[in-house]
Design a protein around this ligand. Structure first.
Ligand code: UDP
Length: 482
C-alpha cells in the first residue's frame, strides 16, 4: 500500500465531560467516518463510559475508532473523581501518561481541547502536528480578539454603558458588565486560548461557513489564523440511539426520554417552549422561582430542564429537594394541566429540539446549544450567563436575527452566585413575543429554518464542512513523513 492510501492516524484529546467533550467526541467520529484512524484519549475510565456506546456502534460499522484511557499516576487515586467538567479543572496529572502513550504510538496529528493547556508542550516536544479545539464559534472568537487588541471597554465609565467593538464586519455593541468580571478593568482580555494556538497547525471549529462566513474570513485574513469549520458536528448523530446517548450514555434514563417524547407527540407543532441552561450553569433558587412564574403566566406549554441549583457554601453541601427550588407543587400541577414537563436530570436535547412541537428555545447561548437550535431551525430567547455566551447572544439576535433577548446583562462565573435576577415579567414577555404568532416571530422562525437547511447541507457530501474534514485529512497526509 502506498503511503497516500494508509489512513492518517489522529488522536483526539477531549476535555472532561460537558459542553467541550460532547462536540469533540462527535468530531472524532466524523473524522473516522472520513477514513482517518482515530483514537480518543479519555481522561478517566468513568469519563469514557459517557461516550462508549456510540463508539461501539461506529466500530460495528467497521470504522477505525477506539478509546484509550490515560493512566493516572499510581500515587494519585483521588484524581479520577477530582477531575470534573468545570472549566478550570487541572488535568495536568495526566502529563506523563500522555507523553508515554504518544511517544510509543506516534500519530500524524493530535487534536487537543484548549483546556488541556499543558498538553501543547508535551506534543510539541515530540514534533507531532497539533490542532486546537476551543469549543467556540468564530464570531465570538473575533469579538474576543478585537476586545483584547483594542480594549474599547477602557473608554467607558459605567459597567452598563455600551461600547462599540471596533474593526468587526458588523456593528456589535457590548457593555463592560457583559465581559468576564476579571477582565472588566484590564486593558485587554487575557489570551490563554491564543497561547495554546501559537505554534499549532490551526483550529478545528464546530461551526459551518454559511453561518458566520464573514467571521471565518475575518479570522483567517485579518487575524491570520488557520481554521477548519467542520460542523455542526451534532448533525453526525443520525440515529435516535446516538442522539439519546449523546453526552451522558451511562446516565440516560430511557423511560424519562420516552416520557418526554410522548408528551411532545401530544402537542401541536411549534407550541412548546424548551428551556435549558446547558451542562454547567447553576441558577439560584430565587431565579428558578422567577422562571416558574414567568413561564406559567405566559400561558404556553414548556419543557424545562432545571439543571443544577447554585448552592452557597453555608448550605453545607446538602442537596435540597427540588420542591425547595420552585413553587410548591409546581411541577405536578403543570403536568396535570398538560402544560409542562420539569426535568431534574439530563435531557435528550437533540431529540427535543428536533421535535416539531418545539417552537422556541430559551437558552443560555452555550455554543453547542446555539448550534443545535440553528440545526433544528428553532429560534431562541437568549439568556447568556457566562463564558462567551454574551457574544453568542449578539450573533443570534443582532447578526442572524433568529432570537430575542430576555434581558440578562451581567456576566458571572458559573461557580459564583449571580447578583442579577431576571424577573418573571421579562421571562413572560420574551416567551410571548416569540410564541404569540407575530410577524416578527414568524420572520425569525423563517430565518432559523433557512439556516437549518444550510447546516444540514454543510455536513452532507460536498458541503462546506464535509469538504473541510477532507481538507484537513489531506493536509495531514501531505505533511507526514511516512
Ligand atoms: N445537554 C444535553 N442535555 C442536557 C443538558 C445539556 O444534551 O440536559 C447537551 C446539549 O445538547 C449541548 C451540551 O450539553 O450539546 C451543552 O453545551 P453548551 O455549549 O450549550 O453549554 P455548556 O454546557 O458548555 O455551558
Amino acid at each position: 500500500m502506498d503511503s497516500s492510501e494508509t489512513p492518517v492516524v489522529m488522536y483526539f484529546f477531549p476535555f472532561v465531560g460537558g459542553g467541550h467533550q460532547i462536540p469533540m467526541i462527535d468530531m472524532a467520529r466524523v473524522f473516522s467516518s472520513h477514513g482517518a484512524k482515530v483514537t480518543i484519549l479519555s481522561t478517566t475510565p468513568a469519563n469514557a463510559l459517557r461516550f462508549r456506546n456510540s463508539i461501539r456502534r461506529d466500530q460495528t460499522l467497521n470504522r477505525s475508532i477506539t478509546i484509550h484511557v490515560l493512566k493516572l499516576p499510581d500515587d494519585d487515586a483521588s484524581a479520577d473523581s477530582s477531575m470534573t467538567s468545570a472549566p478550570l479543572t487541572d488535568t495536568s496529572v495526566l502529563q506523563e501518561s500522555l507523553r508515554q502513550f504518544i511517544a510509543q504510538n506516534l500519530p500524524n496529528c493530535i487534536v487537543i481541547d484548549v483546556f488541556h493547556r499543558w498538553a501543547a508542550e508535551v506534543i510539541d516536544e515530540l514534533f507531532i502536528k497539533r490542532v486546537v479545539f476551543n469549543g467556540n464559534g468564530l464570531f465570538s472568537r473575533c469579538v474576543s480578539e478585537c476586545i483584547g487588541r483594542f480594549a474599547p471597554h477602557q473608554n467607558v465609565g459605567a459597567d452598563c454603558e455600551p461600547f462599540l467593538v471596533p474593526n468587526l464586519p458588523d456593528r456589535i455593541e457590548l457593555t463592560k458588565s457583559q465581559l468576564p468580571s476579571f477582565a472588566r478593568n484590564r486593558p485587554g482580555l487575557p489570551d490563554k486560548v491564543g497561547k495554546v494556538e501559537e505554534k499549532s497547525f490551526g483550529v478545528v471549529v464546530n461551526s459551518f461557513y454559511e453561518l458566520e462566513s464573514k467571521y471565518v474570513e475575518y479570522f483567517t485574513t485579518e487575524l491570520g489564523k488557520k481554521a477548519w469549520p467542520i460542523g455542526p458536528v451534532s448533525l453526525y448523530n443520525r440515529s435516535n440511539a446516538d442522539k439519546t446517548d449523546r453526552g451522558q450514555a451511562a446516565l440516560v434514563d430511557e423511560q424519562s426520554v420516552l416520557h418526554c417524547l410522548n408528551w411532545l407527540d401530544s402537542k401541536e407543532p411549534d407550541s412548546v417552549v424548551y428551556i435549558s441552561f446547558g451542562s454547567l450553569a447553576r441558577l439560584s433558587a430565587a431565579q428558578l422561582v422567577e422562571i416558574a412564574h414567568g413561564i406559567e403566566s405566559s400561558g404556553h406549554n414548556f419543557i424545562w430542564v432545571m439543571g443544577k441549583i447554585f448552592r452557597a457554601v453555608e448550605d453545607g453541601g446538602c442537596v435540597r429537594d427540588k420542591e425547595d427550588w420552585i413553587p410548591a407543587g409546581f411541577a405536578e400541577r403543570m403536568w396535570e394541566m398538560k402544560r409542562g414537563v420539569v426535568i431534574g436530570g439530563w435531557a435528550p436535547q437533540m431529540l427535543i429540539l428536533e421535535h416539531c412541537a418545539v417552537g422556541v428555545f430559551v437558552s443560555h447561548c452555550g455554543w453547542n446549544s446555539t448550534l443545535e437550535s440553528v440545526s433544528a431551525g428553532v429560534p431562541m430567547v437568549t439568556w447568556p450567563l457566562s463564558a462567551e455566551q454574551f457574544y453568542n447572544e449578539k450573533l443570534i439576535t443582532d447578526v442572524l436575527g433568529i432570537g430575542v433577548q430576555v434581558g440578562s446583562r451581567e456576566w458571572e462565573s458559573w461557580n459564583v452566585e449571580r447578583k442579577e435576577l431576571v424577573r418573571r415579567e421579562k421571562v413572560d414577555a420574551a416567551v410571548r413575543r416569540m410564541m404569540g404568532g407575530s410577524d416578527e416571530a414568524a420572520e425569525m422562525k423563517k430565518r432559523a429554518k433557512v439556516l437549518s437547511e444550510k447546516a444540514k447541507r454543510a455536513v452532507e457530501e460536498g458541503g462546506s464542512s464535509y469538504v473541510g474534514v477532507d481538507a484537513l485529512i489531506l493536509e495531514i497526509r501531505l505533511s507526514r513523513k511516512n
